[in-house]
Ligand binder design. Sequence first.
Ligand code: ZN
Length: 252
Amino acid sequence: MVAALVILVVAFLCLGSFLSCMAYRLVHPEHPQSTRSCCPQCHKAIAWFDLIPVVSWTVLHGQCRHCKKPISWLYPFIELLTAVIFIALFYKIPMHYWLGYGIFFAALIISIRTDLETMLISRWVTIALIPIGVLFSFLGLLPISVLNSILGALLGYGILFGITKLFYLLTGKLGMGEGDFDLLAMIGSFTGIGGMWFSLMIGSVLGSIIGLFFVLISKNKNMSQPIPFGPFLAGGSILFSLFSAFFLRLFL
Ligand SMILES: [Zn+2]
């Protein structure tokens, strides 16, 4: 039992490393597209023993072995996050939904990383996956109906688009990026209207609390400092997917 859990954790840490790498390449198309991983600063190839998830980053104190430039904390963070989320998927979600939720969670993890790093969310992991959400609902590989999936995607995009337009008309400022509309539309296609709505609610509450916390602890008390909203939407939808029975009992 323990051995199986250890194997799962190691496998999911490696998956996290792969997703991190994909996320990096999506928002850094200028990075050499070689099959080997290399340091973004000095472009030296990274040896296999420096690619062990979490361990290598910790042993090297978050620095490149060659040029000593810092390696982003996002690598170990995304690796650990992937392991936690996929272990939860393994234990909380019925087996016939694993593929659907596996693709969904992988796309969310990539979106979290790109949004935290560059405030961008690639359409390759949002809009491009909406047909997959609809198809999987049709095939019974997700626990929602096709209509719910389509309406979830349309309403997800429409709600954030509407809020942003209204906010712009009232304040003259852009509150949210289009990446967030795309992301909520994709969340809607995999979790339906209910899941999309809960993700938006949970994401907004989490985002407000954490945003306020950062304003309070930072020296620059600027309330208009932009913070990425995508990770909160993604976090909300992951919590909803894993604990929907609990949330539905709590609110309905
Ligand atoms: Zn380097």
